[in-house]
Design a protein. Structure first.
Length: 512
């Protein structure tokens, strides 16, 4: 009998873990609330880091140094060294399975410079890097007879017995039934939680922190939840991401006066704060790529041109792109050890939902895709080694809804929560704003018993799923706020106007 591994999430981290687990001899079942090709991985446009030196002199040591500098003393140096040393191997793996990287004239993998990097290190596939990696991984999983993918399943709870995982309970969104899957090795790969910021986020609507909140309820430790990276360049009206590749290719940031006001390739937190300052001073801010020329834009940045046309009705070949910073990536998450295992035996985590202590206070651009490939390859092996030979059984229960109609719409509160966090738990924070947000959040939480679902049907009840997501978002929001209040300093993406300097007293992870 084969060893069995259950994976929650089918983005790049989950699919990489599945392929690795199968290589190690496991039979894998993947549970995902959407479809794999809709995962957040496809939004990683700029590239994946590796010190190949194909576009200029570079080294693993430089990659390590840049990553540690961006992390502001909160990364584990050994974990960062492992990540950077495994980078070229990760690129070789992706190349071998068919990821169609852009190429140089001598057929080497093309590389570009992203913010915070000392060399052109990001391997890319035009400006669709994450999407092309994701689709290639998905194709490989579909070809593998030992991988089963069950879409439209929403995680409800992990089954824990004597500090060991025994499986998971999920809602089958299609049928409205609760399904229980048993497994002695479970990998959480559910992504981040930046959608708490609602319309002020580049993330898809499903990045609601479900895996993190569910793990927390099961007794799993979380860390560094206050560190949320704001991407400097999202479209002003829609918050759609304009990739860092546009700045890496030579794009300029301009204010209303046509002035450049910041080095565009500084780390993201510094660029985001510079833009925020301009906006608060009454300036509009624009990304200018006109000087790059139509041929270059259509060859290297085709998606950025399409997005600007579609969502802002402007053509960046001849017009400025109006932008603003919005929530993009969450550095904190499920605390894991070097084997990607949590404090509950058999429960692993990987990708944006996990904290492998490689990003610290601020992620280096191009390291997120690298993280999910490097640690996805590792966690598959560890989860398989831990797994026991058990039959993958499914238990099914009916779900019951209350007949009472909700007094308060959680949709309105969800929107208010996004505005609240963007204004007071955003790019710049202070004690007064954090306390105000905390008090309002407590009020939201107290109102949950008066909320609920209007739709009591079983089949495809998205109203119910969205209510479950909203409750997870409240859990995550409270943890973010408590962590941000406690950290009385500025470090990386956590910038407090009332404590503007880094403090040695806080040179450690915030554990919840």
């Amino acid at each position: 009998m084969q060893k069995n591994v259950l994976i929650i999430g089918a983005g790049g981290a989950g699919l990489t873990s599945a392929l690795s687990a199968c290589e190690a001899g496991a039979k894998v079942r993947i549970i995902t609330k959407e479809y794999p090709t809709r995962s957040q991985t496809c939004m990683a446009q700029g590239g994946i880091n590796a010190s190949l030196g194909n576009a200029g002199e570079d080294s693993v040591e430089s990659h390590i140094k840049n990553t540690l500098k961006s992390a502001h003393s909160l990364a584990d140096e050994k974990m960062v060294e492992f990540l950077c040393e495994k980078a070229s191997e990760a690129i070789e793996y992706l190349d071998s399975i068919g990821v169609c990287f852009s190429r140089t004239k001598d057929n080497k993998i093309a590389q570009r410079t992203l913010g915070g990097a000392s060399a052109p290190r990001a391997c890319y596939a035009q400006d669709y890097t994450g999407l092309k990696i994701l689709h290639t991984l998905y194709d490989k999983c579909l070809e593998n007879e030992n991988i089963e993918i069950l879409s439209e399943r929403y995680l409800l709870d992990f089954i824990i017995d004597e500090d060991s995982v025994k499986g998971a309970k999920v809602l089958n969104i299609r049928s409205g039934e609760i399904e229980t899957y048993n497994a002695s090795s479970v990998i959480v790969a559910t992504g981040g939680y930046a959608r708490i910021y609602d319309k002020h986020s580049t993330n898809s609507k499903s990045s609601t922190g479900d895996g993190i909140a569910t793990a927390f309820r099961a007794g799993v430790k979380l860390s560094n939840m206050e560190f949320i990276q704001f991407h400097p360049t999202a479209l002003k009206n829609s918050a759609i991401l304009i990739s860092e590749s546009a700045r890496g290719a030579g794009g300029h940031l301009l204010n209303s006066k046509g002035e450049r006001f910041v080095d565009e390739l500084l780390p993201r937190d510094m660029v985001a704060r510079a833009i925020d300052k301009q906006i608060k001073n009454g300036e509009d801010v624009f990304l200018d790529i006109r000087h790059l020329g139509v041929e270059f834009i259509d060859e290297e940045l085709p998606q950025e041109r399409k997005l600007a046309k579609l969502y802002e009705n402007i053509d960046p070949v001849s017009e400025l792109i109006p932008i603003k910073p919005v929530a993009h990536y969450t550095m904190g998450g499920i605390e894991v050890d070097a084997n990607s295992e949590t404090n509950i035996k058999g429960l692993f985590a990987v990708g944006e939902c996990a904290n492998h202590n490689v990003h610290g206070a601020n992620r280096l651009g191009g390291n997120s895709l690298l993280e999910l490939i490097v640690f996805g390859r590792e966690v598959g092996k560890y989860a398989t080694k831990n797994a026991k030979e058990v039959t993958l059984e499914i238990k099914i229960e009916d779900i019951e809804f209350k007949d009472d109609k909700p007094e308060i719409s959680f949709y309105e509160i969800r929107k208010e929560l996004g505005d609240l966090f963007y204004n007071f738990v955003g790019i710049i924070r202070d004690e007064k704003g954090l306390d105000k947000a905390s008090n309002i959040l407590k009020e939201y939480i107290s109102l949950v018993p008066k909320m609920g679902v209007e739709d009591n049907s079983k089949i495809y009840n998205t109203n119910y799923v969205e209510f479950l997501e909203f409750k997870n978002m409240l859990t995550i929001a409270e943890i973010i706020l408590n962590s941000a209040i406690v950290r009385k300093e500025s470090r990386g993406a956590h910038f407090r106007d009332d404590f503007q300097d880094e403090s040695k007293n806080f040179e450690q992870n915030t554990i919840v």
